[in-house]
Design a protein around this ligand. Structure first.
Ligand code: ADP
Length: 316
C-alpha cells in the first residue's frame, strides 16, 4: 500500500567523549553522525526492508550529504528531501553528564532543518504513501505541521494508516498551538507509541490502566508502550496485552532507542508480522541501537536483528 512517510528534522550529531567535561574546554569530539528522530526512524524502517520516504531538508554541505548517503544506503526514498542553498544542515553538539543525562548545543533555528514545505513532489508522495508516522517534534515545527496537516487526510482517504510517537517535551504540551495538534494526533492515530508518562498525557488521565482503556475506547487500535529497560507492552481492544522484556545489553548511547523501536514495530506490522513477533523485533532494534555510539549506528537489518536476538538474552 505504498511507503511509510515521515516528516521532520534532519541533522548531524557531534558527541563529547569526556563525561562531565561540558563544552567549555577543548576535548576530543566524535562524529558527525547522521541524526534527527525522523531520520533515525526511517533508517530503521529501511534497514528492515520496509518502503520508507522522508520529507525534510538539509544544507548543500557534507553534513547534508552524509545524511542523504545514509538514508539511501538504508533504502529510504530521499526525493522529497530538499537541499537548501543558503542554510547549513542542522547540527547538535551533545555531551553526557556523569548521571547519563544529556545536554545539547543546537544549531537548528538558523539551519536548513525546517526549511521545507508542501510541494508538488510531497503531494505526489502522499498520493502513494500507505502510512504516515508522526513524531512529537513535528508538532512544534510549523513547516512539518503544515505538511502533516495536508498529508494526513490524503493518506487516510486512500486507506492508509497513521502512527504517532508523542516524544514531546512536557512544557510544550502547555503551548496553546501544540496542545490541539497533540490531541488531534491522538484522535487520528491507529497506533500510538508512547514512552512512560506520555501514555497518561495522551489520555488526559492519571492512572495508566485507565489511560489504556480510554485510548482504546477512543479509537486507537494499538498502543505500543515503551518502557526502557523494562521492555515494552502492546495493548489492543479485543486481545490480552503482549509484553516483551528488554534485551540485556551494555548501554553505550541511549539516543535513538525509541525511534528504532518505533521504526521496527511499524515496519514489522506493515509487513504483516503478528504483534508478539513485531514487538520482539522492536525491543531488539531499540536495545541493539544503544550498544553503538551515534543515534542510528545500531539500527539493524532483519538478519542483524535475528543474530542479535539469538545471541542476546532477555534482561533478568
Ligand atoms: P524512548 O527513547 O522513546 O523513551 P525507550 O528508552 O523506552 O524509548 O526505548 C525503546 C525500547 O528500546 C525499549 O522499550 C526497550 O525495549 C529498548 N531499550 C531502550 N534502552 C534499552 C537498554 N538500555 N537496554 C535494553 N533495551 C533498551
Amino acid at each position: 500500500l505504498g511507503p511509510t512517510l515521515c516528516v521532520g528534522e534532519i541533522l548531524v550529531e557531534i558527541v563529547a567523549t569526556t563525561p562531565g567535561c561540558g563544552f567549555r574546554a577543548p576535548q576530543p569530539l566524535i562524529g558527525p553522525y547522521p541524526s534527527g528522530a525522523p531520520a533515525i526512524f526511517m533508517s530503521q524502517c529501511g534497514r528492515l526492508g520496509g518502503a520508507a520516504a522522508l520529507v525534510g531538508c538539509v544544507g548543500d554541505d557534507d553534513f547534508g550529504q552524509l545524511n542523504l548517503d545514509r538514508l539511501r544506503q538504508d533504502g529510504v526514498e530521499t526525493g522529497a528531501i530538499g537541499i537548501d542553498p543558503e542554510y547549513p544542515t542542522g547540527s547538535a553538539f551533545v555531551r553526557y553528564r556523569p548521571d547519563g543525562q544529556r545536554d545539547f548545543v543546537f544549531n537548528l533555528a538558523k539551519s536548513a532543518a525546517a526549511r521545507f514545505g508542501w510541494t508538488a513532489g510531497t503531494e505526489a508522495l502522499c498520493d502513494r504513501a500507505g502510512h504516515l508516522h508522526v513524531m512529537g517534534t513535528a508538532l512544534a515545527m510549523a513547516s512539518a505541521w503544515e505538511v502533516i496537516d495536508r498529508a494526513l487526510p490524503r493518506i487516510k482517504a486512500r486507506g492508509g494508516s497513521v502512527s504517532f510517537d508523542p516524544n514531546l517535551r512536557k512544557e510544550l504540551l502547555r503551548d496553546p498551538d501544540i496542545l490541539p495538534r497533540f490531541a488531534r494526533m491522538v484522535a487520528e492515530c491507529d497506533l500510538l507509541l508512547p514512552s512512560g508518562a506520555e501514555l497518561q498525557q495522551a489520555a488526559g488521565v492519571e492512572d495508566a490502566e485507565a489511560a489504556v482503556a480510554a485510548l482504546l475506547q477512543g479509537g486507537v487500535a494499538e498502543i505500543a508502550l515503551k518502557q526502557g529497560e523494562a521492555g515494552a507492552t502492546v495493548y489492543r481492544r479485543d486481545a490480552p496485552p503482549v509484553h516483551s522484556q528488554a534485551f540485556a545489553v551494555e548501554e553505550i548511547d541511549p539516543t535513538g532507542a525509541g525511534d528504532c523501536f518505533g521504526g521496527a514495530y511499524v515496519t514489522c506490522r506493515r509487513l504483516g508480522l503478528p504483534v508478539a513477533e513485531a514487538l520482539t523485533y522492536a525491543c531488539a532494534a531499540g536495545a541493539r541501537n544503544v550498544t553503538r555510539r551515534g543515534p542510528m549506528e545500531g539500527a539493524g537489518t532483519r538478519a542483524e536483528l535475528d543474530a542479535f536476538i539469538a545471541a542476546t538474552g532477555y534482561r533478568a
